[in-house]
Design a protein around this ligand. Structure first.
Ligand SMILES: *Cc1c(COP(=O)(O)O)cnc(C)c1O
Length: 398
């Protein structure tokens, strides 16, 4: 059935949204058959986003002492600094095709909001971005960036004033103006057709990476590794290798590493199936079905559900899901910077950490491809503070 991934996905929404979601899906299917749409999208990816992004072979990490070569797919080099722009520009183009000149979006840490604001400015669309007031205070530079890019940012005070509350406000607004407004969702989550549309726009990562890896290495990688928040950068890169004999490894945030509820953001490891924000998927919830608070040092991974396709890939066993903790991510953040000259986003640092941990379990000569979903400039303040705090606790040995 359309919009289902095994037992997961679906469309658990208010009656008023069924029509707009159907219109979105039909327009999307039409657009994908239209060579003019494809050409315009590819042109924007090349000239505005900066694609193709390269793959980079690491010179030190993994090679010593394990003889395993690690490669990075460099989504950190895209315009606005993360993979989110691939989806933002694709959906903004789709909104233009739908005749909707106004875009609304939610943002947590602000990365998706910045990508949407940039895409809308370039394509001449109006952007309204919902952001929790608590998040806005923690991510002031991104709030300023969105406003500079011409977006109207509406601060949300409801609930815990974070991402989930921003999503609820954005949906509320969309329900009242579905004819003139497109809701530009930022990951492979929510009701059908968002998980499919966002996956398709992010699949450019996997298509490029597969071709680039074959050209550079003469073979496929032994494993592809990516971090999983909502799940879009991972689905994007995995989609290029699903039919290949390649191990696929998704990495969720273990937070403080204790495994206690409220201290991590790993629904695919610790969660149970349930319904949240329009989809059925693995969730972190208590016995009464109340969604639980999550914790990760990486704001983009701090979410209680993962996209429904991941839930299916977990049950089918095609993708293995592991975790990396805040501490492991901070170590990888520093190691990649010092050893290779690349400052990764804290989200992507989880994937790098897991790659370094599993490298010794691979035979010498193996090759791993890590999707570096974004750059770390946005995280400098919080990462340096956390590293400083750790130094104090351990008496200098960070
Ligand atoms: C938002 C974000 C993520 C998490 O989102 P996914 O949908 O799981 O990809 C990961 N990395 C970066 C850099 C992000 O900004």
């Amino acid at each position: 059935m359309t919009g289902r991934f095994g037992d997961y996905g679906g469309q658990f929404v208010a009656e008023t949204l069924v029509g707009p979601l159907e219109e979105l899906w039909n327009t999307y299917l039409e657009a994908r058959q239209d060579s003019a749409f494809e050409a315009e999208l590819n042109g924007l990816l090349a000239t505005f986003v900066g694609r193709p992004t390269p793959i980079t072979r690491l010179r030190r990490l993994g090679i010593e002492p394990h003889g395993v070569t690690i490669w990075l797919k460099r989504e950190d080099l895209t315009h606005t600094g993360a993979h989110k722009i691939n989806n933002a520009i694709g959906q903004a183009l789709l909104a233009s095709r739908l005749g909707k000149r106004r875009i609304i979006a939610e943002t947590g840490a602000g990365q998706h909001g910045v990508a949407v604001a940039a895409a809308c400015a370039y394509l001449g669309l109006d952007a309204t971005i919902y952001m929790g007031r608590v998040d806005a205070e923690r991510q002031l530079p991104n709030l300023q960036r969105m406003r500079l890019l011409g977006a109207e940012v509406r601060l949300v005070d409801q609930g815990t004033a974070t991402l989930k509350d921003a999503v609820n406000e954005a949906i509320r607004e969309w329900i009242t103006h579905p004819d003139t407004t497109h809701y530009l969702l930022g990951s492979v989550v929510g009701p059908h057709p968002f998980p499919s549309i966002v996956r398709d726009f992010q699949s450019v990562i996997g298509r490029e990476a597969r071709e680039q890896f074959l050209a550079a290495s003469g073979r496929l990688p032994d494993a592809v590794i990516a971090c999983v928040g909502g799940g879009s950068n991972s689905i994007g890169v995995f989609s290029g290798f699903l039919d290949d004999p390649v191990r696929l490894i998704g990495v969720q945030a273990a937070g403080d590493g204790s495994g206690s509820l409220g201290h991590h953001a790993a629904p695919l490891i610790y969660g149970e199936p349930g319904v949240l924000q329009g989809m059925r998927t693995y969730l972190l919830q208590d016995d009464d079905g109340q969604v639980l608070l999550t914790h990760s040092i990486a704001p983009g991974l701090d979410y209680p559900g993962a996209g429904p396709e991941h839930s299916h890939l977990k049950d089918s066993g095609r993708v293995e899901y592991l975790t990396a903790s805040d501490d492991e991510a901070l170590d990888a953040f520093q190691e990649l910077a010092r050893s290779e000259g690349i400052v990764p986003a804290l989200e992507s640092s989880h994937a790098v950490a897991a790659a370094l941990r599993v490298a010794p379990t691979f035979a010498r000569g193996s090759q791993l491809l890590v999707n570096l979903s974004g750059r770390g400039d946005k995280d400098l303040t919080s990462a340096m503070a956390a590293i400083g705090q750790r130094k104090e606790q351990t008496g200098g040995a960070a």
